[in-house]
Design a protein around this ligand. Structure first.
Ligand code: HEC
Length: 262
């Protein structure tokens, strides 16, 4: 049993080490953007997350599902109840079976999960040259580099180096492992029109969608950081109080030892 455990542990360590070195091989370093949600006081830039939802909704959602997100979760990026109701109602979701036992559809409600673009994995693969567009609910956590990787992937479509042949149905991306990806460059300048007047460059859209996807993977992040800061503050306060108590408790001993010396 022990031996098996050790072997499994070894495979895990060496397996991940292998993956990491494969990623570094021939890969330019991941560009690191500054994000509002970094650091112990980080919060989500609501305007950017809302624009990012727009990018997901208008571009990515035609291939990528987000099965763990409900429309009402969009309250977390500052959308109002009315806006959420309208977004949900614009979607078609599976309804109850009708009296003949046939499946029906109905407009979405805030409590519904995001509608998926394909009915099942086979349909998704058939539409994407055999590749499966991964679900986006937890994608920020599922990839090394998180938001930086998502942004880099969006802006990473470049001309392939000389001598590299890109087969049909594949695209060259400098930050995708192995470089040949089944996803065509999803973003272009002006892919969306932002209501707040922000210029929709590829980089802006990439940053915004990465912010939204980071929110989706970590909806509790702000409360978690807030609690962390309060706990550290509380511990610092208790540290001061304990020190004062210690001085108080030992003050007699100090006094008497001074008396003895005198
Ligand atoms: C035309 C369909 C299509 C659209 C639109 C699309 N994707 Fe993809 N995406 C794919 C496919 C297919 C894959 C799997 C690629 C592979 O494994 O080669 C993928 C993979 C990914 C991955 C995972 C890459 C990895 O490391 O495995 C991310 C992240 C991603 N897409 C983000 C996005 C974002 C963000 C958008 C919207 C801006 C988007 N995609 C729009 C088809 C699409």
């Amino acid at each position: 049993m022990r031996v098996l455990q050790a072997a499994a542990f070894g495979a895990l360590v060496f397996g991940t080490a292998g993956a990491a070195s494969a990623q570094e091989e021939g890969m330019p370093p991941l560009p690191k953007a500054s994000w509002s949600f970094n650091g112990p006081f980080g919060t989500f830039d609501r305007a950017s997350a809302q624009r990012g939802f727009q990018v997901y909704n208008e571009v990515c959602s035609s291939c990528h599902s987000m099965k763990l997100m409900s429309y009402r979760n969009l309250a977390g990026i500052g959308l109002t109840e009315g806006q959420i109701r309208a977004i949900a109602a614009s979607k078609t979701v599976p309804g109850e079976l009708n009296d003949q036992g046939e499946p029906t559809t109905r407009p979405g409600l805030p409590s519904d999960h995001f509608a998926s673009p394909y009915p099942n994995e086979k349909a998704a693969r058939a539409a994407n040259n055999g590749a499966l567009p991964p679900d986006h609910s937890l994608i920020e956590k599922a990839r090394v580099g998180g938001a930086n990787y998502i942004r880099a992937l969006m802006i990473g479509y470049v001309e392939p180096p000389k001598g590299v042949k890109v087969p049909d149905g594949l695209y060259y991306n400098q930050w995708f492992q192995g470089h040949l990806i089944h996803m065509p460059a999803p973003l272009a300048d002006g892919s969306v029109t932002y209501a707040d007047g922000t210029k929709a460059t590829v980089d802006q859209e990439a940053r915004d969608v990465a912010t939204f996807l980071t929110f989706a993977s970590n909806p509790e992040m702000e409360q978690r950081k807030h609690l962390g800061v309060r706990i550290v503050g509380f511990l610092a306060l208790m540290c001061g109080v304990t020190y004062l108590v210690k001085r108080q408790v030992w003050s007699d001993v100090h006094k008497s030892s001074h008396d003895e010396v005198r």
